[in-house]
Design a protein around this ligand. Structure first.
Ligand SMILES: Cc1ncc(COP(=O)(O)O)c(C=O)c1O
Length: 405
């Protein structure tokens, strides 16, 4: 199918752009020997997991369902981090995950013996399966890690994305680590994990690493691995990849550990569009175009973060000289929420009902966050192949709305 024939609204993920991002990430892996995982929270379009799996080491999950998706659809290294695990989910997590990262000393202490017992049982099964000719997953054992909080904020303005903000529940501070775990228990950990960045460059990683080393340096060489989390905007044009490589090599060489990165955004950055149609234009002091897509339902980060998404062929009023431009429109969704507004944009022509508009950078933190408020239908999910052909991966309808209620 051609792009112009697609039903709107739809997310169109571009295979070519995804591959270009993956090539950049593979180069970092190959040049430094680090491991890179897809953080599924940002992008879980599993139709392209086989492609992603050809370039990256595996996937990481925020909970059981993402872990299962990575296990079933990518089938490579499978990691999980959650601030708190439910006991009844642990058997499945143990069966599917290679790394389990705990958020607090109490969670680690609660589950560590369960993990080790599972490993012993699995080792026995592996022995038995050798004679029976079967293969068993997790034969290499499960690695346990603790998420640390280096208490080093490097981002301004977005406190809700800052795990180092005061009273953060994410990660264990040095003080809590030393107060709550014995030296023997710390030695039972295989790795330390930190995630503190959001859409940041490698200078902020370097700053964070200095804090990590200053506070937790004495523990690093006892570990097998250190996970630098996500938030590294590696595939962005101005990202300093040489400094990233330097940081990775420094940690590997100084402490003799493996290094993991788990970017989400960087994997599918600028690799997707959201195509929408103008349904109506109303006037109330300015022209307001009502679209068949909604900020609240289809791009909630526009309201949550908030930010104004790039739009093909138009500029945000924040970046335009309004005295010279006649065709200014507020783009808004069709829901009842008064604030379901995507933003104000300047066009070089008057908008018409039925015209298609294309929002850019819509692969990440969109499909994974949609909702059906007001009974809004979900956008189709489409893969645009390298030859320009479009494959409709998923469509939605009334049953998807009804079945969740
Ligand atoms: C623990 C963890 N790892 C990885 C990521 C992925 O971050 P990003 O998509 O910004 O690269 C996040 C995002 O919140 C996270 O919390």
């Amino acid at each position: 199918m051609k792009k112009s024939e697609l039903r709107t609204p739809c997310y169109v993920v571009q295979e070519r752009k995804l591959r270009e991002n993956l090539e950049i990430l593979r180069e970092i892996r190959e040049e430094t020997g680090c491991h890179i995982l897809l953080a599924q929270k940002a992008f879980s379009m599993y139709r392209v997991y086989p492609l992603i799996g050809r370039y990256l080491d595996g996937a990481t999950a925020s909970g059981l369902h993402e872990a299962r998706l990575g296990y079933e659809e990518m089938g490579k290294e499978n990691h999980i981090f959650s601030p708190a695990y439910r006991e009844e989910e642990m058997p499945e997590i143990l069966r599917m995950c290679d790394h389990i990262v705990f958020n607090s000393p109490a969670q680690f202490r609660k589950y560590k013996d369960l993990v080790r017992r599972y490993e012993i049982q699995t080792a026995e099964q592996v022995e038995n399966s050798k004679t029976a000719g079967r293969s068993v997953k997790n034969a290499g054992g499960i690695s346990m890690g603790l998420r640390i909080n280096p208490e080093c904020s490097t981002q301004e303005g977005h406190a809700i994305y800052d795990p180092c903000a005061p009273y953060s529940r994410l990660g264990t501070t040095l003080e809590r680590l030393q107060a709550e775990l014995t030296e023997e228990e710390i030695c039972e950990l295989d790795g330390l994990h930190f995630h503190t960045l959001c859409e940041q460059n490698s200078d902020d990683l370097a700053t964070t690493l200095r804090a990590v080393e200053e506070k937790f340096g004495r523990y690093l060489s006892r570990m097998k691995w250190v996970n630098f989390g996500g938030g590294h905007h590696i595939t962005r044009e101005d990202y300093d990849r040489e400094l990233l490589k330097k940081c990775i090599r420094h940690v590997k060489e100084t402490y003799g550990v493996e290094v993991y990165l788990e970017p989400g955004e960087a994997v599918a950055l600028n690799a997707g569009e959201l195509i929408t149609e103008v349904l109506e234009i109303v006037d109330n002091g300015m022209k307001i175009a009502i679209l068949d897509t909604s900020a609240a339902c289809h791009m909630p980060d526009v309201l949550e973060m908030p930010y104004r998404p790039p739009l093909k062929g138009a500029v945000s009023t924040e970046d335009a000289d309004l005295r010279e431009n006649k065709y200014v429109y507020r783009l808004a969704g069709p829901t009842c929420l008064a604030g379901d507004v995507i933003g104000d944009y300047v066009f070089d022509h008057p908008l018409q009902c039925g015209e298609r508009l294309v929002f850019q950078d819509m692969a990440i933190y969109t499909m994974v966050k949609t909702n059906t408020f007001n009974g809004m239908n979900l956008p189709d999910i489409v893969l645009e192949k390298e030859d320009g052909e479009c494959e409709i991966v998923r469509t939605f309808g009334y049953e998807d709305f009804k079945s969740r209620l």
